[in-house]
Design a protein around this ligand. Structure first.
Ligand SMILES: [Zn+2]
Length: 393
C-alpha cells in the first residue's frame, strides 16, 4: 500500500493559522437509532466435502445449504406482509468485491420494524448490524472485498403488522485511495465486518439510513479507516453522510440536521483524542455564538493533532477533498500535527506554511468532529486553489 514509502517522507514545512473565519450554519444533533450490536466474529473456517460421492467443494465463505433452513432464496424485489411478531429471513450470496444494499420500504410508516443482517462466520450466523429507526424505510449494506460470503437479511415485525418491499441490490465495489469509475454513485457505507480491521464503527446514535455517500466518499472513508487500523489506531465513528435519497439527513423527519450533506458529498467523523480514542466529544470549552457552538479561545484540550493529521491526510490522499470544517481553535492543532506526523505530511499541501490549513475552514458546531467534503466536479479534476466559493456545512 506504499505506507512504508509514505512513512519515509519527512520535511513538511511549519504552518500558521491564517484561515479566514466564517460564521453561521445549522447545529448538528443526534438521535438514537439502534442498539450497539455484538462485535462480529471475522474468523473463517473452510470446510470441504470429502466423501466419495461429494459434490464440488463448497467455497469458503458460502454457508451450507441447510444451515438456516427457514431462509428463502434471494430475489431482487420481495413483497412481504408480516403480522405482529412475525419475521422473514432471506439468504443472500454476496460475491467477492460486491457491495450489497438492502432496502425495505413499508406501510404503515410508523410500524415497529427491525431489519438485521447476519454474516456467515465459518460455522454459523454472526450479527453484523441492525436498523430500527426511520419512517417507512430501513437500510443496511455489506461489502466483501476478499471472497464470496453468505449473508442473511432478517425482517421482524414488532407490535404492528406491515406490508413492504425488500430490495437487494448488488453493485461492484473496490477499496482504494482513488476512485476510478462510477464515482458519484450513491451507496450506503457498508457495515464494518470487523471495526478493528475496517477502522470505523457504528454506535447507538449512528443513523444508518443517513450513511449514504458517493462511491468516492465511501472509498475515501474506508481508505482512511484502513490506514488508521494499519497504524494501530482505534476505529473512528462516522456520523451523518446523506439520506438514502441523497437529501440532507433529517429531511425524512422534516427536521434537517445540516445545511449541506446532500448527494453524498459530506461526512462528519470523529477525531482522535490524546487518549488514543475517537468517539464523539468536544475538544474545547464552548460558548453559544450566533451560528452555533464555538470553542472559547485558548480552551482547546485533549486533541491529538498528529493522529488527526494522519486521519485527515488519508482522506486528502483521494485528491478530491474540497473544503472541510473544524472549529478555528482546533484547526492549528491538526495543521501543526501534519508537520511532524508522517505519513500525514505527504498529503497535506506543503507549498507554503499557510497551505497547512488550506482545506480546513472554521465553522460553529465543529468542536467535536470534522466534516469532510469531496468535489462533485467531473473527474479527473483534483486541484482546487483558494479562494473558492463553498457551500456552508
Ligand atoms: Zn459537520
Amino acid at each position: 500500500m506504499g505506507l512504508l514509502a509514505i512513512l519515509a517522507l519527512i520535511g513538511c514545512e511549519a504552518s500558521t493559522n491564517s484561515v479566514p473565519a466564517f460564521d453561521g450554519g445549522a447545529p448538528d444533533s443526534t438521535t438514537l437509532d439502534a442498539d450497539l450490536p455484538p462485535m462480529p466474529d471475522a474468523s473463517t473456517d473452510a470446510s470441504t466435502d470429502a466423501g466419495v460421492d461429494a459434490q464440488p467443494p463448497r467455497p469458503e465463505g458460502v454457508a451450507p445449504a441447510n444451515l438456516v433452513p427457514d431462509a428463502t432464496a434471494e430475489v431482487p424485489s420481495l413483497e412481504t406482509a408480516l403480522a405482529p411478531g412475525e419475521s422473514r429471513l432471506v439468504r443472500v450470496e454476496v460475491g467477492a468485491s460486491e457491495h450489497v444494499g438492502f432496502g425495505l420500504f413499508f406501510d404503515p410508516s410508523d410500524a415497529d420494524v427491525v431489519m438485521y443482517v447476519d454474516r456467515f462466520d465459518g460455522t454459523g450466523e454472526s450479527e453484523l448490524g441492525l436498523t430500527d429507526g426511520g419512517p417507512g424505510v430501513r437500510f443496511l449494506a455489506v461489502f466483501e472485498p476478499e471472497g464470496a460470503r453468505t449473508h442473511w437479511v432478517r425482517i421482524e415485525a414488532g407490535a404492528d403488522a406491515f406490508t413492504g418491499t425488500l430490495s437487494i441490490v448488488h453493485t461492484p465495489f473496490e477499496d482504494g485511495a482513488h476512485c476510478l469509475d462510477d464515482c458519484d454513485h450513491l451507496l450506503q457505507l457498508p457495515l464494518p465486518r470487523d471495526p478493528a480491521v475496517d477502522g470505523y464503527r457504528w454506535i447507538p446514535s449512528t443513523v444508518l439510513r443517513y450513511w449514504f455517500g458517493r462511491r468516492d466518499l465511501l472509498m475515501m472513508l474506508r481508505h482512511a479507516g484502513q490506514t488508521m487500523s494499519a497504524l494501530g489506531h482505534e476505529p473512528f465513528e462516522p456520523g451523518d453522510l446523506s439520506q438514502w435519497d441523497g437529501e440532507t439527513p433529517g429531511t425524512d423527519r422534516g427536521a434537517p440536521r445540516h445545511a449541506s450533506h446532500q448527494r453524498g458529498k459530506d461526512v462528519d467523523i470523529t477525531l482522535y483524542g490524546d487518549d488514543g480514542r475517537a468517539f464523539w466529544r468536544s475538544y474545547c470549552d464552548t460558548f453559544a455564538a450566533s451560528g452555533g457552538r464555538e470553542c472559547l479561545a485558548g480552551t482547546a484540550h485533549g486533541l491529538d493533532g498528529e493522529t488527526d493529521a494522519i486521519l485527515y491526510g488519508a482522506m486528502l490522499e483521494s485528491g478530491r477533498v474540497t473544503m472541510s470544517f473544524l472549529d478555528r481553535e482546533l484547526i492549528p492543532i491538526v495543521s501543526t500535527g501534519a508537520e511532524t506526523a508522517a505519513p500525514a505530511c505527504a498529503f497535506w499541501p506543503s507549498s507554503s506554511p499557510r497551505a497547512r490549513g488550506h482545506h480546513l475552514q472554521h465553522w460553529p458546531n465543529h468542536d467535536n468532529h470534522i466534516q469532510v467534503r469531496v468535489s462533485e466536479d467531473p473527474y479527473p479534476a483534483t486541484a482546487l486553489s483558494l479562494p473558492f466559493a463553498f457551500e456552508p456545512p
